[in-house]
Design a protein around this ligand. Structure first.
Ligand SMILES: [Zn+2]
Length: 283
C-alpha cells in the first residue's frame, strides 16, 4: 500500500506453528479455542510477516522470518514451512537482497532473525542482505549471546553471529531514527530489549510494526500475553502505552504473526476493550 511517499509491502517469511497455550498465556483454551483453530498437537498456525518499506531513496526490511536452515527435528516441532523464506518471496517481487539498505529485527528470536542468514555454497553461513545495516538493540544482542535456560531455545547463533562477523550490525540504544521517517522504539516485555518500528509518512500519519509485543490481532486484548514473554507485566505496560497512542493518534498497526489479519486501525469497544475497528490489507 502507498503510505505518503513510502510504499509498504507485506512479505511472508514462512508460516509455522506454535503451542496454542503458550501463545495465549493465562487465557484458558476454552476461550482461545473459540477464536483460533489448532491442530491435533494443540498448535496454531502463524505467519512470520515481514514488511518492506520503500521510498526516500532507501529500502528497509522489517523482520526476516524463520529462514530455511532448520534441521528436520525443529522443522517438525514447529511445523516450519521451508518452501517459504523472505529472500525467496522478495525475489519473487523483483527485490534483490543486495538492494536492501536496512534490516530491522524487533528481537533476535529465530522466527524474526532466521531469514537474515543462509547456508553458503561451501557449507558455512553467510548474511542474506550483504549491503544492509542490521538494526537491533545493543541489549538484545547481549541477551542473545548470553542466553539462559528460559530463552536458549529461541536464540540460535547461526542467525546473528555471521552478521556480527561481517560487520553488518548497527547496535542502537533506545529510540533511533535510522532511515528517513523510520524509527525503532523500545517495547520491552517479550524480551528485555524488544523494539517496535514506527513509520512516519511525513504528512501526519504513522504506522507501527508491533513485533511480538502484540503478535496477532487477538493479542490487542490486554490480558492476552504470550507465556513466552520474559516479563509479562512489562509487556502489559508496553501494550497499554503503545496501543493507547495508536488509538489516540490513529496509527495503522501491523501484526507480525497474524496470518489472516495483517494490519488495521484500533478503537475501544463499548466495554472499553481494545479492538481492531478497521482491517487493512498490505499485500
Ligand atoms: Zn515471534
Amino acid at each position: 500500500m502507498q503510505f505518503g511517499d513510502l510504499t509498504l509491502t507485506l512479505v511472508n517469511g514462512g508460516n509455522f506453528r506454535l503451542d496454542g497455550g503458550a501463545m495465549h498465556g493465562v487465557v484458558p483454551k476454552t476461550i482461545w479455542s473459540r477464536l483460533v483453530s489448532c491442530d491435533e498437537l494443540n498448535r496454531v498456525e502463524y505467519a512470520t510477516n515481514c514488511l518492506l518499506v520503500e521510498g526516500r531513496g532507501k529500502r528497509t526490511l522489517i523482520e526476516t522470518g524463520n529462514g530455511d536452515k532448520f534441521p528436520a527435528r525443529e522443522r517438525d516441532i514447529y511445523g516450519i514451512d521451508h518452501d517459504q523464506s523472505v529472500e525467496k518471496n522478495l525475489r519473487a517481487l523483483g527485490v534483490e537482497p543486495d538492494s536492501i539498505d536496512h534490516v530491522v529485527m524487533t528481537h533476535l528470536h529465530f522466527d524474526h532473525s532466521g531469514g537474515a542468514t543462509r547456508r553458503a555454497a561451501g557449507g558455512g553461513l553467510e548474511p542474506v542482505f550483504k549491503r544492509a545495516q542490521h538494526v537491533i538493540q545493543r541489549g538484545e544482542l547481549h541477551d542473545a549471546t548470553h542466553p539462559h535456560e528460559r530463552n536458549r531455545a529461541s536464540y540460535l547463533a547461526e542467525n546473528f553471529a555471521p552478521l556480527e562477523q561481517a560487520g553488518l550490525l548497527k547496535l542502537v540504544e533506545g529510540e533511533c531514527e535510522f532511515a528517513p521517517g523510520v524509527r525503532v522504539i523500545p517495547t520491552p516485555g517479550h524480551t528485555a530489549h524488544h523494539q517496535s518500528v514506527l513509520i512516519d509518512d511525513g504528512a501526519g500519519h504513522k504506522a507501527l510494526f508491533l513485533g511480538d509485543v502484540v503478535p496477532t490481532s487477538l493479542h490487542v486484548k490486554l490480558p492476552f500475553i504470550m507465556a513466552y514473554d520474559l516479563d509479562v507485566v512489562g509487556t502489559l505496560e508496553s501494550k497499554r502505552r503503545i496501543l493507547g497512542r495508536a488509538i489516540d493518534e490513529r496509527w495503522l498497526v501491523i501484526f507480525g504473526h497474524d496470518k489472516d489479519l495483517q494490519a488495521g486501525y484500533l478503537a475501544l469497544d463499548a466495554k472499553g476493550n481494545i479492538t481492531v475497528a478497521e482491517r487493512v490489507s498490505l499485500s
